[in-house]
Design a protein. Sequence first.
Length: 116
Amino acid sequence: MLQPTNKPQEPKELIRVSVSEAARLFGVNSQTIRRAITAQEITYAIVGGRYKINFESLVKWSQHHTTVRNKLAKRGIGQFVDKWKIKNPLYSPNPKVLNTKEKEPKLSTEEKQTTK
């Protein structure tokens, strides 16, 4: 039986963005981000008198609001996703794997006649 290891987990690296950066990334007005802060829908810290928003909570918030999610895809960072090219073959999807339909082997005319 395997015993669980008692290694302490490394804490996640927090990514914090400003209100204006969040608005640009998600394609919304900065006032929308400020309303979410006021409604306590996203977590933040005040650093030097400015809001620094936890990026993870920002993503979760955007996925719970349909209009924000749609704006993310059309006006935010989502509009650039199709243009990104993955150059590393390790992370690039293999076309053979994506093609899940099994193709029927092509039969020659002689094989077609024998199968009839």
